[in-house]
Ligand binder design. Structure first.
Ligand code: NDP
Length: 311
């Protein structure tokens, strides 16, 4: 069986940047794109804070450019989901991975850049109506609710950004924040409060999403007064943060209590020699495209140094 020099799992800014560096270092990287090729940026419209784009850049277009750049240096980009791994604990040991529970791969080094996914509230009615009006991506699905009444849950920058995005499309946006304050930056809070068709409700939680096949409304409760209320909406957007995509690495790699992979100091080294982690899968602090790309670069350099140390 062929032994891959550098296997990259996940195709967001971290994965593709790792691929660009690894390919240029002649590590002949193979990247598996995973469930969401291109990663979270494919669910965004405009990216205004990635350096080098004075006029902003379309998120999906940026990911296509990153893929092309990685391919230009010979990266082998493959569709498929890595469903299982078995990492060696030996220095110089060979790591195993399986594609879609079938094809076995062997690699000298592995760069994990599987990112993070949206969190849900976890209530039964919300889960049942996912795809029937419950969404975790306003930018992807907001268009379907043009001129309708919608609600969004969360008080962070994502919720604030998505609420203002939805307010441009929808008739009214009810924003439900569980505390008496928002976690979002002051600038984002200001954008929310000055948008006329956002109805901001503090101390508000969802008890039930009303609807059989599709969302028809919400039963919300004020957690301070206990007062319950029903509101009519057709779309519910969940924006309460993300969780790292690390399930397949459980019992293989050291993780923190949130499931983020722990890396060694300022490096991308995990506790298994030859296995590196980059991007949101190891970063709960910064979570930006540019920081993910930066750690992708670091992971490729760490992989190159590791391989050289074995020769
Ligand atoms: P955050 O973790 O910052 O915020 C999550 C929000 O969801 C909080 O208001 C939290 O409430 C709320 N929440 C969590 N769980 C529940 C629940 N079960 N029910 C109701 N509400 C809940 O996540 P974000 O995705 O907003 O942001 C992640 C990171 O990305 C942040 O660092 C943010 O600054 C950054 N970001 C930056 C942007 C920009 O600069 N343009 C845009 C988007 C994100 P509570 O406060 O009560 O815990």
């Amino acid at each position: 069986m062929e032994i891959i020099k550098t296997l990259i799992i996940g195709s967001g800014p971290a994965g593709y940047t790792a691929a660009i560096y690894a390919a240029r270092a002649d590590l002949k990287p193979i990247i598996y794109t995973g469930m969401e090729p291109g990663g979270q940026l494919t669910t965004t419209t405009e990216v205004d804070n990635f350096p080098g784009y004075p006029n902003g850049v379309d998120g999906p277009a940026m990911m296509v450019d990153l893929q092309k750049q990685a391919e230009r240096f010979g990266t082998d980009v493959r569709n498929g989901h890595i469903s299982k791994v078995e990492f060696s604990s030996q220095n110089g040991g060979i790591h195993k991975a399986w594609v879609d529970d079938k094809t076995e791969l062997r690699a000298e080094t592995v760069i994990i850049s599987t990112g993070a996914s949206a969190k849900y509230l976890g209530i039964e009615s919300e889960q049942r109506l996912r795809g029937g009006g419950v969404s975790a991506c306003a930018v992807c699905d907001g268009f379907f609710y043009k001129d309708q009444n919608v609600a969004i849950v969360g008080g962070g920058d994502t919720a604030a950004e998505e609420a203002t995005y939805l307010a441009n499309i929808c008739k009214k946006v009810t924003m439900l924040v569980r505390k008496g304050e928002m976690r979002a930056s002051k600038a984002m809070q200001h954008r929310v409060t000055k948008t006329k068709n956002i109805d901001l409700r503090y101390f508000s939680e969802i008890e039930e999403v009303i609807g059989d096949q599709v969302v028809e409304g919400l039963r919300i409760v004020n957690n301070k007064t206990g007062k319950k209320e029903e509101i009519k909406i057709t779309g519910l957007f969940i924006a309460i943060g993300h969780k790292p995509n690390t399930e397949i690495f459980l019992n293989q790699l050291e993780m923190d209590e949130g499931g983020y992979i722990i890396t060694d100091g300022k490096t991308t080294k995990t506790n298994k020699p030859g296995v590196f982690a980059s991007g949101d899968v190891q970063d709960k602090e910064y979570r930006q495209a540019v920081t993910a790309a930066g750690t992708g670069c670091m992971a490729a350099l760490d992989a190159e140094r590791y391989i050289n140390s074995l020769r």
